[in-house]
Design a protein around this ligand. Sequence first.
Ligand code: ZN
Length: 287
Amino acid sequence: MHRFPYLALLLIFFVSLPATANRFADVQINATPLADNLYMLTGSGGNMAALVTDDDVILIDAQYAELADKIHAKLAELSNGKALGTLINTHMHGDHVNGNSALKPGRIIAHTNVFKRLSADASFPRSGLPTETFVSELRLNLDGESIRLEYLPPSHTDGDIIVWFEEKNVVHMGDMLFEGRFPFIDLSKGGSVRGYIANVAYVIANIDDNTKVIPGHGALTDKAGLQRFHQMMIKTLALVEQQQAKGLSNEQIVAAGLGEEWQAWHWSFITEQRWINTLLQAEPLSR
Ligand SMILES: [Zn+2]
């Protein structure tokens, strides 16, 4: 009588345990060269970038602690064994900062709101907290390489920066860009739908056709890719606003969907339904 449920529980245990333990086992850290000594790195979590100079190795974002050894191995390969000196966090989400402590960089730079939110999280390792913070802009000059960290108003969260590699004409946008998919806008962490769309427009206005654009998630892209992303947000927000103007309820708007044109942007994390629910929370336009 009791044997079956017991066996079933055991099976669930043995089937689920290896899946959890091995979540990162097969993840590879891959480097795509973007310019001299500048690479986009992918693994699991937010896309990273690495810049190698004579004096320092600079890494943008940290993915997960479980990947720290693999990230170090890739940085060592790209830099002839130099140590990671500077880690920059684009924002506070776990898939960008979980590896902070395990990577043991010389310093960690982030926006002040990232420091505030991470230090308020008792489960976040103290050794992974940012050691240097700034409010609006920070410029790093390293061996003739200039990196400009620019804070943009609340959008994905309230602590997002973008990283300009100015001489190389490359920008790392963190999660202000989800290439080819609906974006996550974290309203519980100070995010803003209209702020997000405005920030993307700002970046478009400040790059050229040759700029390489690193998204927080998805493939390397360019100005045209960023414009497509911007248009998707403008048009889907307009659709939702038209439905609201007709007097449809939120449930009816979600049920109606966005139509065929936007199906390709739907993905497992931000489904069409979740994107509509985000758009429904766009701040009213001030009149
Ligand atoms: Zn994020």
